[in-house]
Design a protein around this ligand. Structure first.
Ligand code: PEP
Length: 253
């Protein structure tokens, strides 16, 4: 399986010219790699411009979608709209969208609609805090079970799961998680996925780590943590940092 390196640009950069320049700088590096697939998720207004230059090694994704395809839904963007703009992927359930009201139920509707329009889904899950009794594991299990409720098994081959503990994401995070901890969580995630679908399907779903990843800690998550890839926020806005991570992902065994 190729390593997946996903850049979530969030509400950045502030203009299209800068977005195109950053994408092109990343694509140059990404195009030379055999063992890595790069997916850049810019704000949706830049998807079309970047998708014109997308390749099989450097694809474009959107950061969210709405579950209806037309009607009185101010501010929303539909699955067919982002697909037509050239996105092949879409992030669903990011903690910043959950904080704005997304629930496991709305996430489930979004995933179903994304699959209907042949978008591959990057489903983000993650707890906001840890507790000694392990209730957070139940929370993660529910995010998967409810988010993937009644989705046919065969569609799950279009799913990527990103484990992003909320306490490890963004500028306010104290630190990233650790490779060992990610490894344990990814085993747990695969176990839940094998109950939702079956073992064979679960083993084929890439499980990524996200949360304060940078060029210094990327290698640990990919080797010791055995991550199938990384979902990168802040460090994906620096061409040099992101390209260094691409090089690391190409080199690791
Ligand atoms: C994210 O928000 O998906 C993320 C991983 O952010 P950061 O890398 O900046 O912690």
């Amino acid at each position: 399986m190729k390593k997946l390196l996903i850049g979530n640009w969030k509400l950045n950069p502030t203009d299209e010219a800068t977005a195109k320049k950053l994408f092109s700088g990343i694509k140059t590096k990404a195009s030379r790699l055999r063992k890595v697939k790069t997916i850049i998720c810019p704000p949706s207004v830049y998807v079309s411009a970047l998708a014109k230059g997308a390749t099989s090694k450097c694809a474009v994704g959107a950061q969210d979608l709405f579950w209806e395809v037309k009607g009185a839904f101010t501010g929303q963007v539909s699955a067919p709209m982002i697909k037509r703009l050239g996105a092949d992927y879409v992030i669903v359930g990011h903690s910043e969208m959950r904080a704005q009201g997304d629930t496991n139920e709305t996430i489930n509707k979004k995933i179903k609609k994304a699959f209907e329009y042949r978008l591959q889904v990057i489903l983000c899950i993650g707890e906001s805090e840890r507790d000694h009794d392990g209730h957070y594991l139940e929370f993660l299990q529910n995010e998967l079970k409810e988010g993937l409720y009644k989705i046919p098994k065969k569609l799950l081959r279009n799913l990527i799961v990103a484990y992003e503990p909320i306490w490890a994401i963004g500028a306010k995070a104290k630190a990233a998680s650790t490779p060992q901890d990610f490894l344990e969580k990814s085993i747990f995630i695969r176990k839940v996925l094998s109950h939702i679908a079956d073992k064979d399907t679960a083993m084929k779903i890439p499980v990524l780590y996200g949360g304060s990843v940078n060029e210094k800690n990327a290698e640990g998550f990919l080797t010791e943590g055995k991550a199938d890839g990384l979902l990168v926020g802040r460090a994906s806005l620096s061409k040099d940092s992101f390209n260094e991570m691409l090089g690391i992902a190409e080199r690791v065994k």
